[in-house]
Design a protein around this ligand. Structure first.
Ligand code: NAD
Ligand code: MG
Length: 342
C-alpha cells in the first residue's frame, strides 16, 4: 500500500492549508518575472477567472537565461520557474470523484494537469523517475492541499513489470481508475540521425511508446464505461523539428495510436484523445531536449512570441477527461501559440 494516501477525514484540515501553499508558490513562480508590455503595464501571470487578458502580455518572453540540467531535470531549478497553475487554477467540480493516473506528473505539463485535476475534485496518482522526488513531493502536497488523495509512484516506465504493478497499485489505492494521462516523455536533441545511437533510439521509443503501450494495457481492465484516456503528443507529430528525429516520430505514433485506440475502446465506453503541445517551458527542454540557442530563444518563433506555460494547457486535459465531453473521442488538440497543426 503506498504511503502517500490521505484519508478523507483529513481533507477538510488540508483544504485550509491550500491558500497558504498557493501563496507560497506564487512567490516562487513567474508572478514577479514578467516584463512590461508595449503599453508599459506589467503583465499578469494569472490565467484563471473571467478577466479579459491579452495573451501576448502574459508570462515571460525570450530571451531566457542559459541553463542546463542533467536529465530528467527539475522544475524547481529552472529560471524562471514554470507556472503550473499553483497559484491560479480554480476548479469547478468538473472531475468530482474521479480517479486519475498521470505519468510524468511531477513537473511541467503533467504537474499542471495534476493540480487542475485535483482542484476539479479528482484523486490523483503521479508517476515519475526517482531522481524527480523533490518535484514530486511538491505535487503530492498540492494535491493534498486541494483535499484529494495523492499517490506518488516513482519508477521507470521503460520497465514493463513496473508499468503493470504501478497501474494496479494506483487503481487499488484510489479504489478505481477512470482517467489515464499518458504524458511522460523523453526528448533529446541530436543534430543528425548519425549522432543517434541505438541506445538513445531505444531510450526514446521505450519511454514514449512502449511505456504508454504497457500502461494503457494494464489500465483498461480497471476502467469503467465513461472513463477517459488522454495522451500527450506534440506539434512535432506534424511539423518535426530538425534536431528531434526520434522524438518526433514517437509523437506522430502517439497521435496515430490515439485514433486507433479510440475506435477500439468505444466498444467499452472509454474515450481516447490526445493533446499536441507546441513549445512549453518545462524541464524537458533544459535537460538535453534542446540546444542552448533554442533554450534561450524558446518560443520566440511562435506568432505569440513566447512559450506556453504548463498552466495554459492543463484546461484542455480537464476538458477531455470530463464527462461532459461525451462525444469527443479520437481527436488531437493543439496548443502552439498560433502555429502548428492539426
Ligand atoms: P517534463 O520534463 O516536466 O515532463 C516529462 C516527464 O516524463 C518527467 O517529469 C518524468 O517524470 C517523465 N519521464 C521521462 N522518462 C521517464 C521514465 N523512463 N519513467 C518514468 N517517467 C519518465 O516535461 P514536459 O514538457 O511537461 O513533458 C510532458 C510531455 O509533454 C512529454 O510527453 C513531452 O514530449 C510533451 N511535450 C512537451 C512539449 C514542450 O514544449 N514542453 C511540447 C510537446 C510535447
Ligand atoms: Mg519531471
Amino acid at each position: 500500500m503506498p504511503s502517500d494516501e490521505v484519508s478523507p477525514g483529513r481533507r477538510k484540515v488540508i483544504q485550509g492549508a491550500a491558500a497558504g501553499l498557493a501563496a507560497a508558490f506564487a512567490g516562487n513562480t513567474l508572478a514577479d518575472s514578467g516584463s512590461p508590455d508595449a503599453s508599459g503595464s506589467t503583465p499578469s501571470t494569472r490565467v484563471s477567472g473571467s478577466a479579459v487578458r491579452d495573451p501576448r502580455s502574459l508570462f515571460p518572453h525570450p530571451p531566457f537565461p542559459e541553463q542546463q540540467q542533467p536529465w530528467p531535470g527539475l522544475a524547481g531549478r529552472m529560471t524562471p520557474r514554470p507556472d503550473h497553475g499553483e497559484s491560479s487554477y480554480r476548479g469547478s467540480g468538473l472531475l468530482a470523484g474521479r480517479k486519475a493516473l498521470i505519468t510524468g506528473g511531477d513537473s511541467g505539463i503533467g504537474r499542471a494537469v495534476a493540480i487542475a485535476f485535483a482542484r476539479e475534485g479528482a484523486d490523483v496518482s503521479i508517476v515519475y523517475l526517482p531522481a524527480e522526488e523533490p518535484d514530486a513531493q511538491e505535487v503530492v502536497q498540492l494535491i493534498r492541499s486541494a483535499g484529494r488523495t495523492a499517490f506518488a509512484l516513482p519508477g521507470d516506465i521503460r520497465d514493463e513489470t513496473f508499468c503493470k504493478q504501478m497501474v494496479d497499485r494506483a487503481a487499488n489505492g484510489m479504489g478505481g481508475l477512470d482517467v489515464l494521462v499518458n504524458n511522460a516523455g523523453r526528448q533529446h536533441s541530436h543534430d543528425s540521425i548519425l549522432d543517434i545511437s541505438t541506445e538513445d533510439f531505444d531510450w526514446t521509443l521505450r519511454t514514449n511508446l512502449y511505456g504508454m503501450f504497457w500502461i494503457t494495457k494494464a489500465a483498461i481492465p480497471h476502467m469503467p464505461a465513461g472513463a477517459a484516456i488522454v495522451n500527450t503528443s506534440s506539434v512535432n507529430a506534424y511539423d518535426p523539428s530538425i534536431n528531434l528525429l526520434d522524438y518526433a516520430m514517437t509523437k506522430a505514433a502517439i497521435a496515430n495510436f490515439t485514433k486507433s485506440l479510440a475506435k477500439q475502446l468505444v466498444a467499452r465506453g472509454i474515450r481516447v484523445n490526445a493533446v499536441a503541445p507546441g513549445p512549453f517551458w518545462t524541464p524537458l527542454q533544459v535537460s538535453g531536449g534542446q540546444t542552448m540557442k533554442n533554450v534561450v530563444q524558446f518560443g520566440a518563433q511562435t506568432p505569440m512570441g513566447r512559450p506556453g506555460q504548463p498552466a495554459e494547457i492543463a484546461p484542455i486535459y480537464v476538458q477531455l477527461a470530463a464527462a461532459r465531453s461525451s462525444y469527443i473521442t479520437g481527436q488531437v488538440y493543439g496548443a502552439s501559440g498560433g502555429e502548428g497543426q492539426p
